[in-house]
Design a binder for this molecule. Structure first.
Ligand SMILES: O=P(O)(O)OC[C@H]1O[C@H](OP(=O)(O)OP(=O)(O)O)[C@H](O)[C@@H]1O
Ligand SMILES: O=C(O)c1cc(=O)[nH]c(=O)[nH]1
Length: 216
C-alpha cells in the first residue's frame, strides 16, 4: 500500500472541495462531519488526475481482471476515465462497459452499453455506502455470464453496514472478492494529525468514527 498516494489523494480531494467538513446527512441517514462528493471532480484536468489515482491504485493492488464496469450514473465517467488512464499510464488496453438506469427500448436496446460483459469484471465506483449499487452491478454481471473480480472506490468510509461489519467488508465476504479504495477514513485521520490547519475537525471525525466506525 502506498501511504503517500493515499495522503496525496486526500489533499487533492480537499483542494477540489470534493472532500468537505461540515454537517452532512448520508444515504444511511447518519449525520456525518465530512462528505465526499465525487460529482465535483467536474473538469477534464480533475477527472484526468482522479483517474490516474484509480489506475495506479488498481495496477498496484488490484486482482486480475478483464473488464471495467461503471454503475450508472457516476460510475460511467469513472470507468471510462480509468480505462483511459490504464492505457496511457500502464499500457493496459482495458475494455469497459456500463449500464443504463432505464432500459432503452429502441435501437440497440437494453441496459448494457460498451464492451461485452464477460470474464472477470472490476466495478469502478465513487463510494460504497450501503452496498446497493454493487449488488445491482453483480446481478447484471452474473446475468451476462461474467464474474465479479473486485470493486474499486475512491474513499472507504470504514463505517458499519447492517451489522458489525462495514458495507465494504460485507461485500468482500458475500462475493469473496477484494474491495480496493484509493484512501480511507484512517488516512483522513492521519492527515488531520499532520495538518495544524485541519486539526479542528479531528474531534468531530473521531466522535463519528466512535459511533459508526468499524475496527479497521
Ligand atoms: O452503496 P450504495 O448505498 O448503493 O451507495 C453508493 C452508490 O450511491 C451513489 O450512486 P446513486 O445510486 O445515488 O446514483 P448516481 O451515481 O446516479 O448518483 C454512488 O455513486 C454509488 O454508486
Ligand atoms: O453515505 C453516503 O451517502 C455518502 C457519503 C459520502 O461521503 N459521499 C457520498 O457520495 N455518499
Amino acid at each position: 500500500m502506498n501511504q503517500q498516494r493515499r495522503i496525496d489523494f486526500l489533499r487533492f480531494a480537499l483542494a477540489a472541495e470534493v472532500l468537505r467538513f461540515g454537517t452532512f446527512k448520508t444515504k444511511a441517514g447518519r449525520l456525518s462531519p465530512y462528505f465526499f462528493n465525487a460529482g465535483l471532480f467536474n473538469t477534464g484536468a480533475l477527472m484526468s488526475k482522479l483517474a490516474a489515482f484509480y489506475a495506479d491504485t488498481l495496477a498496484e493492488q488490484g486482482p486480475e481482471f478483464d473488464l471495467l464496469f461503471g454503475p450508472a450514473y457516476k460510475g460511467i465517467p469513472l470507468a471510462t476515465a480509468v480505462a483511459m488512464a490504464l492505457a496511457e499510464r500502464h499500457g493496459r488496453e482495458t475494455p469497459f462497459a456500463y449500464n443504463r438506469k432505464e432500459a432503452k427500448d429502441h435501437g440497440e436496446g437494453g441496459v448494457l452499453v460498451g464492451a461485452p460483459l464477460h470474464g472477470r469484471v472490476m466495478v469502478i465506483d465513487d463510494v460504497v455506502s450501503a452496498g446497493t449499487s454493487v449488488r445491482e452491478s453483480v446481478a447484471l454481471i452474473e446475468r451476462a455470464g461474467a464474474q465479479l473480480a473486485g470493486v474499486t472506490v475512491a474513499l472507504d468510509r470504514q463505517e458499519r453496514g447492517q451489522g458489525a461489519l462495514s458495507a465494504i467488508q460485507e461485500i468482500e465476504q458475500t462475493f469473496a472478492v477484494p474491495v480496493i479504495a484509493i484512501a480511507s477514513l484512517s488516512d483522513l485521520v492521519a492527515l488531520l494529525e499532520q495538518e495544524a490547519d485541519l486539526a479542528e475537525h479531528m474531534p468531530h471525525i473521531k466522535g463519528y468514527r466512535d459511533t459508526y466506525g468499524v475496527v479497521a
